[in-house]
Design a protein around this ligand. Structure first.
Ligand code: HEC
Length: 128
């Protein structure tokens, strides 16, 4: 079989799509992220929402406020971008414990969230 552009084109498109899908840095939607932030992620359990532990107005809660988190996130861990740090904070919260916090963030949210959910939450936090 001769490989004409008509035959090759669909493979090129599929490859390009696969490459995009593998990119965890896809821009999320901050409005959808805000919805997730204030909803109970597992309505069947006693799990808290992000909002119950993280304020947006600078006030203290169980966890650090999200006010200014967009700027702070890039300075938390040397060599980690804001986006990488925020992603790790959700899927592996014990990897870096914010100083002064006795209470540890539970590592339960990663499995409840899709990649898209996490991207939306990150976009929301970056805007704070
Ligand atoms: C039960 C309380 C609780 C819930 C619910 C919670 N967190 Fe946290 N979170 C914490 C605590 C406490 C810390 C600080 C201690 C630590 O680093 O583990 C923290 C730290 C963080 C940090 C790092 C903040 C910084 O200033 O560096 C991010 C980002 C974060 N949480 C995101 C989230 C997101 C997104 C959700 C919802 C999916 C969420 N958290 C739900 C308690 C919580």
């Amino acid at each position: 079989m001769k490989l004409t552009p008509q035959i090759i084109a669909p493979f090129v498109v599929a490859l390009a799509l696969a490459a995009c899908g593998a990119d965890s840095g896809q821009a999320g939607d901050p409005a959808l992220g805000e919805e997730l932030y204030s909803s109970k992620l597992d309505p069947e359990s006693e799990l808290f929402s992000c909002a119950e532990c993280h304020s947006l107005d600078g006030s203290a809660s169980r966890g650090p406020t999200f006010q200014g988190i967009g700027e702070r996130a890039s300075q938390r861990v040397a060599g980690m971008s804001a986006e990488e740090y925020l992603r790790e904070s959700i899927v592996d919260p014990q990897a870096y414990i914010v100083e002064g916090f006795f209470f540890r963030m539970p590592a339960v949210f990663g499995p409840l969230l899709t990649d898209e959910d996490i991207n939306n939450l990150i976009a929301f936090m970056l805007a704070q």
